[in-house]
Design a protein. Structure first.
Length: 318
């Protein structure tokens, strides 16, 4: 099994990705980069967003053929949410960070109307926004209803998947001084906190990505991004919907993204990619360079990936 690789601008790093079909995929990254293919990667259409040439786009949500949202990260006003209602012809800023210490990380949608954006902690709690109109407007979640974190604990804007949702449930993974998973019902926003054995303690260590195969089985991957070739306490498995997480012993290096194709797990990171069909007990290599992030086409076996040097990968799980 190997990646089919496409090269966009080699000067950019790609992390945002949204796979729509086997032929359609959106990717985004540094220098305000946003591109889309409709023919399986053979050619790409680039989009120029207003006043965005210096922005780093880390996450994309494609709600339907008309409505697409993209999130930029960075300190202060560098963190923004853009939306198009006409398939990318026109874009506007629908939310801009005005808090000096604010830093957006990623968002997740559980249907075409409802979603959540999660940012780094402010006043000891993760920063959350919610939307009920497909990202047209966003509301700040009261601080008392946001997950409380330890000093030096936060989430990583590495792959757009440290926050994920399935049905009515939301999970957020953290790192730094502690490595926890926060779980909530999307309606109540009452958060459970589960400490994990994922490597933590340094600013570069923790959970970088979460994914669920179904309501019960999920995985979390991560490690230490400053040591991309190091394998140490960086794979977690849950079989009870995230109520408890168990460390899986593996030889995986630091991995920044995990995704499921049915019950087959796919992981990737700078040093490579692997797949597992036995709940992470064993892993098989995928040929080719590693990537930053993954996206799976719904009800399909197609996986897309975004990486450094403007690389986009496409994979078919047999």
């Amino acid at each position: 099994m190997s990646w089919q690789t496409f090269h966009l601008n080699r000067e950019v790093s790609l992390r945002g990705i949204a796979a729509v079909t086997e032929n359609e995929c959106w990717v985004s990254g540094t220098n305000g980069t946003l591109a889309k293919t409709n023919n399986g990667g053979d050619s790409w259409t680039y989009f120029k967003l207003p006043d965005a040439d210096s922005l780093d786009f880390r996450d994309i949500e494609v709600l339907n053929e008309r409505e697409v949202l993209i999130l930029s990260v960075g300190n202060g006003a560098s963190s923004k949410i853009f939306k198009t209602n006409d398939g990318g012809k026109n874009w506007k800023v629908v939310f801009e960070n005005v808090v000096e210490e604010g830093f957006f990380d990623a968002f997740t949608f559980w249907n075409e109307k409802e979603g959540m954006m999660q940012g780094d902690p402010i006043d000891g709690r993760l920063y959350l926004l919610t939307t009920t109109d497909g990202g047209g407007t966003w509301q700040k979640v009261p601080n008392k209803s946001c997950p409380k974190v330890n000093e030096g604990e936060y989430a990583f804007a590495a792959s757009g998947t440290q926050i994920t949702s399935l049905g009515k449930t939301i999970w957020i993974g953290t790192g730094g001084s502690k490595s926890q998973v926060f779980k909530s019902n999307s309606k109540s926003l009452l958060w459970e906190s589960i400490e994990t054995e994922m490597i933590h303690g340094e600013a570069s260590q923790g959970i970088f990505s979460l994914a669920f195969a179904n309501k019960k089985m999920g995985m979390a991957v991560g490690g230490d991004y400053t040591k991309p070739d190091q394998s140490m306490d960086n794979l977690l498995l849950t079989l009870d919907g995230g109520k408890s997480w168990h460390l899986q012993r593996s030889d995986l290096d630091y991995r920044s993204s995990v995704a499921f194709v049915h019950k087959t797990a796919v992981v990737t990171g700078p040093s490579g990619s692997e797949w597992s069909s036995d709940k992470g007990n064993s892993w098989k290599k995928i040929k080719g360079k590693g990537f930053n992030s993954l996206s799976v086409v719904k009800n399909s076996k197609s996986v897309w990936a975004a990486g450094s040097e403007g690389r986009v990968g496409k994979l078919l799980i047999k």
